[in-house]
Design a protein around this ligand. Structure first.
Ligand SMILES: NC(=O)c1ccc[n+]([C@@H]2O[C@H](COP(=O)([O-])OP(=O)(O)OC[C@H]3O[C@@H](n4cnc5c(N)ncnc54)[C@H](O)[C@@H]3O)[C@@H](O)[C@H]2O)c1
Length: 263
């Protein structure tokens, strides 16, 4: 049985992950952390009734992870929080599933170093959905043939999302850029903004959109649009819980969803 802990357990993603873990035959929730609602039962936020697991203060992360013998910490919080807490969990020998997006290069370097130094296993992915990871494969293939077309990435998310553009849009841009041996990125355009050979990246924030990503390849007289639309956060939840089960059986290292899904 895998002992799982959830960081950000009262959030939109964290509470759904708590709920999903309660349905798992191979994983049990042993700890839940957040910055508010301390002492309340984690099951309350997941609408699954009392689980007997109180929300712990993130300040007690180290002591609670050790006391509960957590095998894996699933983190969907905020970049500043992940940059502090992932290294703490790694030092405790706890494997990591990091879903938080918007990590800066410096924050990511700190996290990567802690994972390597402490010889734990981690999956770090801006998007845990199976479909999006297949979408990355498809756009890579398209980019091989359409490198001279104008390429734009348009993403849309709910009005509560903090970071922009989305981690998934940035990953899509990186996939295309790596395939085409380096592309400049231009974020939105205003004023006099003639198009060059860049990848244009655009973020829409509106209503309760779960997450849409479109990659547009446009040439003269034709265009291809490759689009992924998330209908529910369950796709990220299922992928993250699947990754948590998988990561506990891996050698120390940093993995992606490609590794988890065998893509
Ligand atoms: N990788 C993916 O597949 C995927 C999918 C959806 C969302 N996300 C990302 O996950 C993150 C969370 O998204 P959300 O929609 O659940 O947000 P949310 O705001 O609903 O939840 C975040 C939770 O983290 C808590 N939190 C904030 N700072 C904290 C800290 N220092 N310590 C502990 N807890 C802290 C908040 O109190 C809140 O309960 C975002 O970065 C989002 O972009 C990733």
């Amino acid at each position: 049985m895998i002992n799982a802990a959830v960081l950000g357990a009262c959030g939109r993603m964290g509470s759904l992950i708590v709920e999903d873990i309660t349905c798992s035959a191979d994983m049990q929730l042993v700890a839940a952390f957040d910055i508010g609602n301390l002492g309340k039962d984690a099951g309350e936020f997941a609408h699954v009734g009392n689980l007997g697991i109180q929300i712990s203060d993130v300040k007690d992360l180290e002591s609670v992870l050790k006391k509960t013998q957590a095998d894996v910490l699933i983190d969907f919080t905020a970049a500043v929080a992940t940059a502090i807490n992932a290294p703490i969990a790694a030092r405790c020998g706890v494997n990591l599933i990091i879903g938080t997006t918007g990590l800066t290069t410096e924050q990511r370097a700190v996290i990567d170093e802690a994972i390597r130094e402490n010889q734990v296993s981690a999956v770090i992915s801006p998007n845990y959905s199976v479909g999006v990871n297949v979408f990355f494969k498809i756009i890579k293939e398209a980019a091989k043939y359409l490198g001279d077309y104008d390429i734009e990435i348009i993403e849309a998310h709910h009005n509560q999302k903090k970071d922009a553009p989305s981690g998934t849009a940035l990953r899509a841009a990186d996939v295309i850029s790596e395939t085409l041996r380096g592309k400049e990125y231009v974020y939105g355009r205003e004023g006099i903004a003639p198009r060059g050979k860049e990848i244009g990246i655009h973020a829409v924030r509106a209503g309760d959109i779960t997450g849409d990503h479109t990659v547009l390849f446009a040439g003269n007289s034709e265009r291809i649009e490759i689009r992924h639309m998330a209908h529910s956060r369950q796709i990220f939840v299922k992928g993250a819980v699947r990754a948590a089960e998988w990561v506990c059986a891996q050698k120390p290292g940093i993995y992606s969803m490609d590794d988890v899904l065998g893509l």
